[in-house]
Design a protein around this ligand. Sequence first.
Ligand code: ASP
Length: 292
Amino acid sequence: MSKHLTHTKDLNKEEILQIFSMAREYLDEKKREDLKGKLIINIFFENSTRTRSSFEIAAKRLSADVVNLDVAKSSTSKGETLFDTAANLDAMGPDAIIVRHHRSGVPKILSKYVRASIINAGDGAHQHPTQGLLDLFTLIEVFGDLEGKKIAIVGDIRNSRVANSDIELLTRFKAKVLLVGPPHFLPKTPLPKTYSLKEAIEFADAIISLRTQTERHKHPTFASLKDYAQNFKITKELIKDKNIYIMHPGPVHRNIDIDDEVLADKRSLVLRQVKNGVAVRMAILKHLIREQ
Ligand code: ASP
C-alpha cells in the first residue's frame, strides 16, 4: 500500500474500490472528525480553481488543519530550490503535502525526500490522479460496472494529464476507450483512434471532452480554437437524443469544447464531477493519512 499518490498506478483496484465506498459515504457529509489534528499543506506552482479548493474543502470537511502556500510569495521565488522548500515544509510536520507543478515527475521526486504523504494535484502533461479517480467514480455511479462500456476521450489528449490518468484507470476497469481529436492531438498508443467526432458519438456511452492545453504547446498546432471547435465541439445537434453522458474536467472552453445547450443538458455530468471530486478527495486523504 503506497503512502503517496503520485500516479494512478499507486493504487490497486481493491484500494480504489475501498476509496469509492468511503467516498459514497462522504458524498452528503458536511463535517466529520476523521482527520482532526492532522495537518495538510496545499502547494500549487501552477494555477488551479477546482482542484485546490476541492482539496481544501475535502480536508476541512474532515476537520484537518489546512495551510495554503502562496507560491508567488514563497521562498521558491527567492531562489530556494523546490527540494529545500519541501524539506522545510516537511519539517513542520504535515501529514500530507498536495503538490501541483508544471514539470512532470516533481511529486514523485518529492515523495522520496519527505515524511508526509505526497499527493499529486497535476504534474505537467503527466498525471492528475485525483481527477482520474473522480472521473472513474462518476462513471461507475452512472453505469455500475464499466466492463465493455464505451468511453470516448475528445481533444488535446497528447498534452493532457487528465487523459493519461483516465486512460490508465478506464482500461484497468475494462472500459473500451476511443481517442478522438485532430492527428496532432493524438498520442502514440495502441488504443483505437478516430478524427471523426460523429463516429465517436455513435460509438460512445460517455464522452470525456478536454480543454486544448495551449499553455503546453511550444508552437501553435491548430489555426485557432474556433477551427478546433468546428470539428470537435460537442453540440446538441450532434448528440441529438442519444443516451450518452458528457463529462469535462474543467475549465471548459465554453462553445469550443461543448456548447451551451449540452452543458445545460441533463446528460452533462460536469458539475456532478465537481461535487464527486470533494467526496473522492476526502476518501483519498483519509486513505493516505494513516495513524502513525
Ligand atoms: N483542470 C485540469 C488540469 O489541471 C484540466 C485542464 O486544465 O484542462 O489538468
